[in-house]
Design a protein around this ligand. Sequence first.
Ligand SMILES: [Zn+2]
Length: 114
Amino acid sequence: MLERMLFRLYLPSVLVLIGGWILSYLFITTIPSTFAESKMLSALATKASLAGGNILWITYAAVALMALYSTYRFWSWSNGNECCCKKCGGVVSERNGRYGPYLKCLACSKTTDF
Ligand SMILES: [Zn+2]
């Protein structure tokens, strides 16, 4: 159950990392090669390549911050300072649903109200 909770805690940062890699790959390789074929867009090919490098660094910074926040939440939960699930005691995340805000456990996936 701890592994599932850690997986769900760090999953958003891993997804952002993969999305950033894909986006920067498109900007560094695919878009410049496509733009180079056109006379009007060939000037944008180098700009797209530079933007791809910037996207990569922004992605790394965002992933580092997200992972730090997840680590802080886990550390806070392990010290007993984080709001936890009423059924299993796992870390919960606040969500907004059709009937208002609720808590979803990252360990057992049960939902509870405040
Ligand atoms: Zn739970």
